[in-house]
Ligand binder design. Sequence first.
Ligand code: GLA
Length: 533
Amino acid sequence: MKNFKVTTLAGLAAALFCITAIEGYTQTAQPDMSQYILTPKPADTPRINGARVFGVRPGSEFMFTVAATGKRPMKFEAEGLPKGLKLDPETGRITGRIKKEGEYTVRLTATNALGSNERDLRIVVGDRIALTPPMGWNSWNCWGPNVSQDKVVEAARAMVESGLINHGWTYINIDDAWQGKRGRNGAIQPNMKFPDMKAMADDIHALGLKLGIYSTPWIGTYAGHIGCYAETPEGTYGWIEAGKHDENYFISDPEGKINRYTNYHHGEYSFVEADVRQWAEWGVDYLKYDWYPNTCYHAKEMHDALRKIDRDIVLSLSADSPYADAPVWARYANCWRTTGDIRDTWASIRHIWSLQDKWAAFKRPGNWPDADMLVVGQVGGAWGEPLHYTKLTADEQYTHISLWSLLASPMLIGCDMAQMDDFTLSLLTNDEVNDINQDPLGLQARPIWENGDLVIYVKHLEDGSMAVGLFNRGEQETDMEVTLQQLGLRGEQTVRDLWRQKDLTKTSDKFAAKVAPHGVVLVKFYPGNSRER
Ligand code: GLA
């Protein structure tokens, strides 16, 4: 690397699929979308939300916040907690460590002045973690390379203050551009925008949330920061020697040209174990590991390093993982990206959608093929645009969130959390829709009928009921219907509108609805078929 010059990225970023800094952006006006809100306001009485099953490895730190809506103060109880765990009755946080493998059903209760609500939480102590799709926030789509500790902490506070935490939203994930240079322990240290990673992790945990971080097995990341590999045993790089480690920098090749291989290749020296130890010390709970094409060796190497520490860190691979190696990703990772980067356009949603069905065979608790981050609210920093309100229409946003729920994709909010409007919040706080995403069976919805732009997706749920999405990808409002025969359902069913949280009708025959252009009608058929003879 000695012959290589360090060169600024400016002007060349686009060619490298990378992002230039967007200093001094101006915010675009937020449209009033309140007329499109369908989600009812949460009741004042308690309702327990979020995951119904949670996986932890024996001996690992256990952290689970019982998500519940309803008036505060609220008191939490948990009956049947395994040895080693305790619940804070004021905050609903369950912490501790469980030594023995096993399965425990815990009866949770949330009580306030107006009533109480109960729900079972299944705790599975074993090899597998992330037993439901991760729900959280990621910094990239709004802040891009301009992420900072202040912005991350602000997002975490907004997760609590907006009430999102009460609907099961958990992870606060820093994407690319937190990295500085290697410290004396060999591990990557943060750049000057992140003065104290440990304090930040502690603050995020104290809020009842979890922290995610980002790296790559290349020598440099997509945004021009150091990765888990290096060209030299000391882990130095041209741009570190030049004092540019805090910036988004790229190395030019001996001819002075920048191409994607200047940063985007594996060096000879791996710092994976040192980095993982450092992340565990800070208290990291989630890793996005990003390179292309994903290589089996590096996925396994990271998996093995993560298994050597006594902390459960969700491993999420990015980006556009090769389909042929799906069994490998399923073996070593919890999540992996099924596509390139999402944008806030209908064309991008359509494209990502067209790539999803083939991954269904690999979706199951602990394995979540990932359709990429959510493009609702104020987004744009990732692709070099000023932060702006998503270009998706209200119907397209309903399609986006309904589809990600049906697919059981990870749900990572990509917008500026501090300025979420009521409509965006309503899309993310519909517990009946989120329950489809978090269903413990962990199945991906499949299309059961398709005709041109019209398609019907079905997802079986653990309680025997079925979630059904009637999607209209066309340009005209269209009548659609689904018969109980198509669904294999017997006997009378209630059809429930999940966005409105309202029973629509009872039927023993079929359900018909008008579906808006680019829109969806998302319903649930219950009770499903009787399991008795
Ligand atoms: C890739 C990923 C994005 C983001 C950027 C960061 O493009 O696909 O999600 O992490 O890198 O540089």
